[in-house]
Each structure stands twice: as C-alpha cells, then as structure tokens.
Write a protein that binds this ligand. Structure first.
Ligand code: CUA
Length: 225
C-alpha cells in the first residue's frame, strides 16, 4: 500500500480497465513528449531553424492536423468506452446508500430485509491497535458480499464530500440534495480503504472509508433479519 509508484492493485474489472487506460494514455503522452523533444533538438542542432526552407507546405499542414487528431481520437474513443463501462448495468443484486456528513460516513442497506443503518467514524489515534492503519481504520466498516453486482448511491447530509475507493478505480461526489450512482463488483474477498475526496471542512482528512468483502453466506448470516 505504501511506497508504491503505480496505482493500487485493483479488486474489480473497472479498476483494472482504469489502470490499463492510465498506462496507455501515459504511453501516448510519453510518445508526444519524446517527439516534441526530438524535433526541438533537431531544429536547434541544425542551426538554420528549418523555417528558412518553408514558405508554405501542404504536406506539413496536413501532417500537423491529422497526426494530433489521430492521437486525440486514440485517447478519446477508449476513454468513452471506459466511461460507459463504469456507468454499470441497469439491474443490481444489492443497493448501498453512502451518505457523507461533517465528518463521517453513514451507510444504509435495505435489501433482503437486512435493514442495515449505521455511522462510520474514523478510529481515533488513542484507540488504534497494532496493525491498524492510522487515519484509515473506522469503527464500523462497510461489509459487502463479493462476486455481486452492487450499486452505491452516494449522497450528502450537509456539504460536498466524495466517496472514493482507489483500489476500485472509483470516485463519486456526494452532493446534498442529489444521488450519484457507482457500480461496484469485486472478484475476490478482501479489505480496501478510501478517503473523502472533496474538501469538506476542517476534518476532511478524518472521514475515511473502509469496505470489507465477504462471502454471501457470511454477509447474510451477519445481517439478515
Ligand atoms: Cu468529507 Cu472531505
């Protein structure tokens, strides 16, 4: 988790696609950077600054229109595909409501007669036990079943917050008076952390998100009415 140069390992297909798209766009950016640097070097090295040779050039104008246009297309098309993929499906197996407050999250799950409703506060520095992550562990974690299509409705009770899970490639603003939808679907059990990602006041840094992924059996055993 710490000391990592890349993005976090992802738990879901969306996250993996986001990671791949990040690497791919970095590759193109690098390609442009190297191209520009090379031509600058060539122009400076040649000493005559090349413009002397040109009054007008249709080939040059065509090239510097078509090539950047193609580069933009090659970034935009996969980006749009990814956006629609992140939007998710129409039907879900489980709906979770995450509501931001100053400064904690509260969660609601009403499906399957679970009637879950609780607040999730950061564990204070004095209450940390060995092995906890400082500023990331919470007193009540969100426990969800893996291999499930989950819809998260993100809202706010007061000001703007943002519900984010980096290892899912997911982030959504929590706005008062409206709901944003996220699609979660995790391939393996585990535990992941996130933080509020919209400046929301003095304790903005102290309203982390912790989600634990368990099997359906464990989920229902713990929660079903
Ligand atoms: Cu809530 Cu920042």
């Amino acid at each position: 988790m710490y000391n990592s140069l890349g993005l976090q390992d992802c738990f879901n297909y969306i996250g993996m696609e986001v990671y791949l798209f990040h690497d791919y766009s970095m590759l193109i950016v690098l390609f442009i950077l190297v191209g520009v640097m090379l031509s600058v070097l060539v122009i400076l090295g040649s000493g005559n600054y090349m413009v002397k040779g040109y009054r007008s050039s249709e080939f040059l104008e065509l090239t510097w229109t078509v090539v950047p246009g193609f580069l933009l297309m090659s970034l935009g098309v996969p980006s749009l595909f990814l956006m629609y993929y992140m939007e998710g499906a129409v039907k879900y197996d489980l709906t979770v409501k995450a509501v931001g407050h100053q400064w904690y999250w509260s969660y609601e799950i009403g499906d399957y007669g679970t009637g879950i409703e609780f607040d999730s506060y950061m564990v204070g520095l004095d209450d940390l036990v060995s092995g906890d992550y400082r500023l990331l562990n919470v007193d009540n974690s969100l426990v969800l079943p893996y291999l499930t299509k989950i819809r998260v409705l993100v809202g706010s009770g007061d000001v703007l917050h943002a519900w984010a899970l980096p290892s899912m490639g997911i982030k959504a603003d929590a706005c008062p008076g409206r709901l944003n939808v996220l699609s979660l679907g995790v391939c393996r059990p585990g535990s992941m952390y996130g933080q509020c990602s919209e400046i929301c006041g003095v304790n903005h840094s102290f309203m982390p998100i912790h989600v634990e992924w368990v099997s359906w059996e464990d989920f229902l055993m713990n929660h079903a009415a």
